[in-house]
Design a protein around this ligand. Structure first.
Ligand SMILES: *Cc1c(COP(=O)(O)O)cnc(C)c1O
Length: 433
């Protein structure tokens, strides 16, 4: 990926003192203090756990509490007038996110909108972008896609009168491999080219942590005449993205994983500029109406600017306050600095895990830093779900995916090199029994 060409192989001092030194040299070390520490998570010995689960639910920024209090105060003091007179007027609250989300995913400001939740947005996007006919009706996803994405595409196919077993194609790695090769993706797309309406990929696979070659796959998808959509649940706030330049047609993402905006947080949506003035059908509601005429309450829909036109309802301000608090951190730090630390931090954990002398361990996430984000997925042969609990009893909060995969993610905003070092020590303890 172009933005990642400068990634170099690093060699690390794997001692504890080495971890401390890496933290001292880390330009982002102060960001950790902006987050609450999960003090309720203790291991069997009473030690505080190391939190490596930011790919599942990011930790809470300290700025969330005052941000929520601000909106509660405006509601309390101003009632309905807070729509226009609040500190952050609710009428235009979602517009705060335009530049922040645009920089986060590499979009133009009018190509992004924060609304709803991820699966809802997937359906809204497919309402516009999945327009099957008798010959071109297939949807391509990756095998082992997140269940909600599988349900979404299968139900969309069914909704349009197709048999999901026939309409949904799942791209699988080769026998005995766990990662998808781009040449195999290309072959599958070209083989069925005329029948494929939509290619919808999880940009970073949630199980393996593989970051796909998004630009190249998009080129192939468009070449065969398909629409190209991305689910960025594990990519937004994790890896650099250039949705506009890559010509992605649409994308959606959630905000509670790497984006630290709280459980069920308001999600994001991207619609490429070239579709804004097109005659794509879409599901509409009053918040998608041009704000200048919204309160005229006319029955006729007059589209708002760009991606905003896909909004339905007035946004949940109490759910958007944490998003604002968190996105401001991302925007100040910037994806470039974040990615630089992330690559180093994940490479460091990889080196620590590689140094563990235990044949049961195997990292299945790509070894190439340009092909992964902050997550390392580790197969522990012979161990199942109970191993995840054993790991937590030894002080590491990660998560488990069937049949034997432990996922560990170092979030560069709040995880340190010392966290990685402790995690590797504790992993050794857990492996010992
Ligand atoms: C986390 C995740 C989801 C969850 O969907 P919600 O609608 O936010 O509950 C869906 N798809 C992918 C790829 C995910 O990683």
């Amino acid at each position: 990926m172009a933005g990642d060409r400068t990634i170099e192989e690093a060699t690390f001092d794997l001692s504890e003192a080495g971890a401390r030194r890496l933290d001292e040299q880390d330009p982002l070390r102060a960001e950790r203090d902006l987050f609450e520490s999960p003090i309720g998570l203790k291991d069997a010995a009473g030690r505080q756990c190391v939190y490596l689960c930011g790919n599942s639910l990011g930790l809470m920024p300290k700025a969330v509490r005052p941000a929520l209090e601000q909106e509660m105060a405006d509601w309390s003091d101003l009632g309905v007038d807070a729509h226009f007179d609040g500190a952050n007027p609710w009428f235009s609250y979602h517009e705060i996110f335009r530049p922040l989300a645009a920089r986060l995913v590499g979009a133009l400001a009018h190509e992004v909108v924060m609304m709803n939740s991820l699966t809802v947005n997937l359906h809204l996007m497919m309402a516009s972008f999945y327009r099957p006919d008798a010959t071109r009706f297939r949807i391509v996803i990756e095998r082992g896609a997140f269940p909600s994405d599988c349900h979404a595409v299968a139900s969309q196919a069914h909704f349009h009168g197709f048999d999901p077993d026939d309409a949904v194609i799942a791209l699988a790695p080769r026998e005995g491999e766990s990662l998808l090769r781009v040449e195999d993706v290309e072959r599958a797309l070209r083989e069925q080219g005329d029948s494929i309406a939509l290619v919808l990929l999880g940009a970073v696979n949630y199980v393996t942590g593989q970051l796909f070659d998004l630009e190249e796959i998009g080129r192939i998808a468009h070449d065969i005449g398909a629409v190209y959509g991305l689910d960025l649940a594990h990519a937004a706030g994790n890896v650099p993205l250039r949705l506009h330049d890559w010509n992605v047609d649409f994308a959606t993402w959630c905000s509670y994983k790497y984006l630290n905006s709280g459980p069920g947080a308001v999600a994001g949506c991207f619609v490429h500029e070239r579709h804004h003035e097109s005659d794509l059908p879409r599901f509409e509601g009053w918040w998608g109406n041009n704000p200048a005429s919204r309160f005229r309450m006319a029955p006729q829909f007059e589209a708002g600017p760009g991606a905003d036109a896909w909004q339905l309802s007035n946004p949940p301000i109490m759910a958007m306050a944490p998003l604002k608090a968190s996105m401001e951190i991302f925007d100040r730090v910037g994806m470039e600095a974040l990615r630089a630390k992330s690559v180093r931090l994940t490479g460091y954990l990889e080196a620590l895990i590689d140094s563990i002398d235990d044949d049961r361990l195997q990292i299945i996430t790509p070894r190439d830093p340009a092909r992964r984000g902050a997550q390392l997925s580790i197969v522990v042969q012979g161990e199942g779900r109970p191993f995840r609990d054993r790991l937590q009893q030894h002080g590491v909060v990660g998560d488990f995916r069937e049949p034997n995969i432990i996922r560990l993610a170092l979030a560069p905003l709040y995880n340190s090199f010392h966290d990685a070092w402790i995690a590797a020590e504790r992993l050794k303890e857990a492996l010992a029994g």
